[in-house]
Design a binder for this molecule. Sequence first.
Ligand code: ZN
Length: 395
Amino acid sequence: MATIKLWFGRQNFHLLKSFLLLKIIAVVFAVLLFCEFLIYYLVIFRCNWPEVKIRAYDGKRETLEPVLKAMFLADTHLLGEVRGHWLDKLRREWQMERAFQTALWLLQPEVVFILGDIFDEGKWSSSQAWAEDVERFHKMFRHPRHVQLKVVAGNHDIGFHYQMSTYRIKRFEEVFNRERLFSWKGINFVMVNSVALEGDGCNICSEAEAELIKISHKLNCSREQAHRSSRCGDGQLLPASAPILLQHFPLYRRSDANCSGEDAAPPEERGIPFKERYDALSREASQKLLWWLRPRLVLSGHTHSACEVLHGTGIPEVSVPSFSWRNRNNPSFIMGSMTPTEHALAKCYLPFEDTVLITYCGAAGFLVVLMFIHFGLLASPFLFGWQLLRKFKTM
Ligand SMILES: [Zn+2]
């Protein structure tokens, strides 16, 4: 008799154990699914393309201008083999991949611009490490054929001016194309290699400036279609629209003191003066860009924080914050609805890292309580409530 009881006891214990295991697996699976997958859909689903004025007057007629949906992100800093711990790498890259893929699926942009510092160690990585980083980039930022992905170089991709070399620039441009001018739906985008705007007359810098002057000339020809100078020739004209400037370094500004918003630089850092050619372009290079290209909007990266600045005669510049959770708790990207004459920008935040961590901690606490209840170390809240009710009834 005693052996049968013991046998039933053991069976019950095994059943209880496997039931507990099932509960734990279900909770872990649900939390992982939420934190690593669903949260991106829930958060990015709330982002909408901003509305832009599409009616323009062409002489006497009213015309409807086409709208280009463009997404801008910056400073992804894919970790390299020297500074990147494998777990950090795995975590950050998974987060960025999920965020990017979800945004592509939900928002359907036509073109995506990444404003530099795609890699963290492009400035010193060996050719093998570079090839591995590039392969991971292509996997994370895969996109359908009809979506264009354009990239500008940052100081972490090719090095600051003193580290930059023709070899590094070439290997970057072999992967990402060396195009500087991109026109679509009547909108001109100029993609500047801002690291080469040191202004010291080095070979790379002189070439970069010469290229920009050429682009400036082309843009001027398209602007003055009615009174074209003979120097414009008969070549194909660009759309007659002021360009949008895309670069890694921001145009010169004293500091981030006038920046505001929840993703601006922290208050204690805002007042720190910017170093020219390090935190931002030099005054001289910034002036040149504004004179040569006469942009209607500038978008830049590098600072990892958000800011909006007005330059010269009111040309707005938007600093796009970092897209990586390694650099921010609240990464984001910019959604732009563009027409040849107008633009409207909106920011789309990604899930906050805090939310994910709190959810994991909450789930871990819940599992501990579940196990305590299961092994009778803690009275189940339901049982406790029931007993309390009974007590009151009998009183
Ligand atoms: Zn940078």
